[in-house]
Design a protein around this ligand. Structure first.
Ligand code: FNR
Length: 350
C-alpha cells in the first residue's frame, strides 16, 4: 500500500497517515479568539482524513500577532473555542496541532487582502513591534524596538504559558514557529540579528532564544509531540543556511523535539528563492539524513504521486500540504485514489 496512506507512529500517538495540513493564517479572529470560521475551516480537513491538522500561527502575546485578526492563546478565555476545534478534529480520527508564534518585527500588519502594509503603533489595529535588533523588515515599516534581556525572558515565559493552554485545549502536536522571518527566525538569522550580547553573533548565541523556548515547552509535552518549523535557508548571502539548520536539528533532537518541519525564506526582502515543485525538499532530505530527526517536507507539493515519491525516496517522513488542501479538502482521498490505495470515506459520504 502507498506509504503516505499508512499510519505513522510518533512516541505518544499514531498519525493515521503521513499527509498533514500545514498551518495557514486566516486573519479572521478577533482579540485572539477563534470562531466558527476556524472550526469549519480546520474541521473540513479532518473530515477529509488529513493525518493531522496544524492550526495557523497562534500568537503567544497580543504584540506577537502578524495582524490584529490573528488567533491568539495569551489568555485562558481563548481555550473554550479551541477545545471545540480539537474535539471535532479528534472525532474524525485526525490529530489536532497548533503552531505557537510570535511575529516580532513582522507584526502590526494589515490583512493580506487589504494590501500588506504595517499599521503605525498608534493605530487601533497596530502596535509597537519588537525584534532582536531595531531594524525594520521593510524600509517603510515603523522600526521595531530592540528586545531587552528581560523582555526576551518574558517572551520565553509567554511561550510556556501558551503551550500549557494549548495542551489544556486538547492539541496533541505543539509546533513552535521558528520560520518565515518571524521572531525566533529573526534571532537565528545573522542578517536580522545584529546583537552583541549572548543572543547575537555566534551560531550558539543566535540559537539561544529558540533553545530557551524549547526548554520551556518540552517538559510540558510528555504526552504530546513537539515540532519546530524552521526556514532552512534565508536564500540570501551571509544568511541562515542548511548547514546551520542541520547543526540546529541535531541539538533540537537532544532537547525533546520530535519533528522538524522544513520550510524556507522570509527573513529578508532581498531573498532570491527558486520556487517550484519540491523546492524545499532537498533541505528536508539533508536535515533528515544528517540529524536523524523525523522530518516533514512542505512547499509546492500538490499531488499524492508527488508526495508518495518524497516519502518512498526517504527524503522526508511526513508531507505537509497547504494550498492544495484549500483547493481540495479531500486531497488525501484523491491522493489515495491516484496511488490505487484504499481509503474509506467518512460514513456520511460513503
Ligand atoms: C501559509 N503559510 C503559513 N506557514 C506557517 O508556518 N504559519 C502560518 O500561519 C501560515 N499561514 C499561511 C496562510 C496561507 C493562506 C498560506 C497559503 C500559507 C505557509 C504554508 O504553511 C506552507 O508552508 C506554504 O504555503 C507552502 O506550502 P504549499 O501551499 O505550497 O502546500
Amino acid at each position: 500500500m502507498a506509504k503516505i496512506i499508512q499510519a505513522f507512529p510518533l512516541s505518544n500517538m499514531e498519525l493515521p497517515n503521513r499527509v498533514v495540513v500545514s498551518p495557514m493564517c486566516q486573519y479572521s479572529g478577533y482579540d485572539g479568539f477563534a470562531n466558527d470560521w476556524h472550526l469549519v475551516h480546520l474541521g473540513q480537513f479532518a473530515i477529509g482524513k488529513a493525518g493531522a491538522v496544524i492550526q495557523e500561527a497562534t500568537a503567544i502575546a497580543p504584540e506577537g500577532r502578524i495582524s490584529f485578526w490573528d488567533l491568539g492563546i495569551w489568555k485562558d478565555d481563548h481555550i473554550e473555542k479551541y477545545r471545540q476545534i480539537t474535539t471535532f478534529i479528534k472525532s474524525q480520527g485526525s490529530i489536532p496541532g497548533i503552531q505557537l508564534a510570535h511575529a516580532g518585527r513582522k507584526g502590526s500588519d494589515r490583512k493580506p487582502w487589504e494590501g500588506k502594509a504595517q499599521y503605525l503603533p498608534e493605530h487601533e489595529f497596530g502596535w509597537q513591534t519588537v525584534a532582536p535588533s531595531a531594524i525594520p523588515f521593510h524600509e517603510k515599516d515603523h522600526p521595531p524596538l530592540e528586545l531587552s534581556r528581560t523582555a526576551i525572558q518574558d517572551i520565553v515565559v509567554r511561550f510556556r504559558e501558551a503551550a500549557e493552554r494549548a495542551i489544556k485545549s486538547g492539541y496533541e502536536i505543539i509546533e513552535i514557529h521558528a520560520a518565515h522571518g518571524y521572531l525566533i527566525h529573526q534571532f537565528l538569522s545573522p542578517l536580522v540579528n545584529l546583537r552583541n550580547d549572548e543572543y547575537g553573533g555566534s551560531f550558539e548565541n543566535r540559537i539561544r532564544f529558540l533553545l530557551e523556548v524549547v526548554d520551556a515547552v518540552a517538559p510540558l509535552t510528555a504526552n504530546q509531540s513537539l515540532w519546530v518549523r524552521i526556514s532552512a535557508s534565508d536564500w540570501a548571502e551571509g544568511g541562515w543556511d542548511v548547514e546551520q539548520s542541520v547543526a540546529l536539528a541535531k541539538i533540537l533532537k537532544e532537547r525533546g523535539v520530535e519533528v522538524i518541519d522544513v520550510s524556507s525564506g522570509g527573513a529578508v526582502r532581498h531573498q532570491k528563492i527558486d520556487v517550484g515543485p519540491n523546492y524545499q525538499v532537498p533541505f528536508a532530505e539533508k536535515i533528515k539524513r544528517e540529524s536523524g530527526l523525523i522530518t516533514a517536507a512542505v512547499g509546492m507539493i500538490t499531488s499524492g504521486i508527488q508526495a508518495e515519491a518524497i516519502v518512498e525516496n526517504e527524503q522526508a517522513d511526513l508531507v505537509l500540504v497547504a494550498r492544495a488542501f484549500l483547493d481540495d479538502p479531500h486531497f488525501v482521498y484523491h491522493a489515495a485514489a491516484d496511488l490505487a490505495a484504499d481509503l474509506d470515506w467518512a460514513e456520511q459520504y460513503a
